[in-house]
Design a protein around this ligand. Structure first.
Ligand SMILES: NC(=O)c1ccc[n+]([C@@H]2O[C@H](COP(=O)([O-])OP(=O)(O)OC[C@H]3O[C@@H](n4cnc5c(N)ncnc54)[C@H](OP(=O)(O)O)[C@@H]3O)[C@@H](O)[C@H]2O)c1
Length: 302
């Protein structure tokens, strides 16, 4: 039997603790990847407006044969759609692309631009029942405290942040627990950087349970009650990453993994101004590239 565990969010909505993310999966591979993930047992699918594959996720949802209410779909609003009006409109566009009449969780993707206005829009969509839970992503302790104190009617249910053994986010999680916010992990494997899959500590812990380093990481997050979004386009790895509900790490294992933390992002620092500029340009660059690809395809067809 395929077992999956759930966490209960601060509005009583149940969210699968282990999910499948589609960042960096090309459009032409997304539908099959999501179908494979759902077939493996994943029920949480994590996409975003800036991944440009919501439509393909929607196609997989429509075809998978699993009842809608068993699935949990997350999307994220990109900063170009911040501000009240644009955010509201963009969530309707996401609903259309995903071909859904409600979204389980909508997050604000980054803590820049008019996130107060955008947050008001998703609060309203939540009250209207079009979104079952709302939250944020990449809101590190200062920003999450800001929105909780000054920018909201409803406390965010989830904050999705980078979280892996080398950047373990213990302090951020503690701060979120204070407000009743569930921590959700992106890049749980750090995309394999810094030898994550061959890390000696993780491999050695895994040997005791006949598990891989990847499985040890996921188990460590589950035992910390952190919701996981992990990505692979290989079905055998989807299965491997799902087989994490049949063993338990000891307190000693958990402490050994804790000792790996150096509290530094494997990717970028959200307080670095050049990164803020990069976020600003990223979607425009992707859009240009997509237009160029489309022109090239059309050229080949003529
Ligand atoms: N909110 C945000 O700002 C944000 C940012 C980044 C990501 N995310 C979300 O988090 C999800 C996961 O993050 P991520 O994709 O950046 O990184 P990740 O899940 O840490 O790593 C994905 C990489 O690990 C490889 N992999 C997966 N399972 C493996 C296994 N068992 N053994 C060996 N290699 C394995 C995959 O390769 P193959 O695909 O080749 O198998 C892929 O290269 C994303 O898809 C997205 O939904 C959110």
């Amino acid at each position: 039997m395929k077992i999956i565990e759930y966490v209960t969010l601060n509005n009583e909505v149940k969210m699968p603790i282990l999910g499948f993310g589609v960042y960096q999966i090309p459009q032409e591979e997304t539908k099959q990847a999501v179908l494979d993930a759902i077939d493996t047992g994943y029920r949480l699918i994590d996409t975003a407006q800036s991944y440009f594959n919501e439509k393909e996720v929607g196609e997989a949802i429509a075809e998978c044969g699993v009842p809608r209410e068993e699935l949990f779909i997350t999307t994220k609003v990109w900063i170009e759609n911040y501000g009240y009006d644009k955010c509201r409109k963009s969530v309707f566009e996401s609903l259309e692309k995903l071909n859904l009449d409600y979204i389980d969780l909508v997050l604000l993707h980054q803590p820049f631009a008019d996130y107060y206005g955008a947050y008001r829009a998703i609060e309203e969509l939540y009250e209207e029942g079009l979104v079952k839970a709302i939250g944020v992503s990449n809101f590190y302790p200062d920003r999450i405290t800001d929105i909780c104190l000054f920018g909201r009617k409803i406390i965010p249910a989830v904050n999705q942040i980078e979280c892996n053994p080398l950047n373990a986010q213990y302090t951020a999680q503690e701060n979120m627990e204070k407000y009743g916010i569930t921590t959700s992990a992106w890049a749980p494997f750090g995309e394999g950087l810094k030898g994550m899959f061959t890390n000696e500590t993780l491999v050695n812990i895994g040997k005791k349970y006949n598990k891989t380093a990847a499985q040890v990481i996921l188990r460590w997050l589950i035992q910390r009650k952190i919701v996981i979004n992990c990505k692979t386009t290989h079905k055998e790895r989807m299965i491997e990453n799902f087989e994490v509900f049949d063993f338990t790490l000891t307190d000693e294992d958990m402490s050994e993994i804790k000792a790996l933390d150096d509290s530094t992002s494997l990717f970028f620092d959200h307080t670095d101004p050049s990164m803020v500029e990069w976020f600003d340009e990223m979607v425009e660059v992707k859009k240009k590239q997509q237009r160029a690809d489309l022109e090239q395809k059309k050229g080949k067809m003529n």
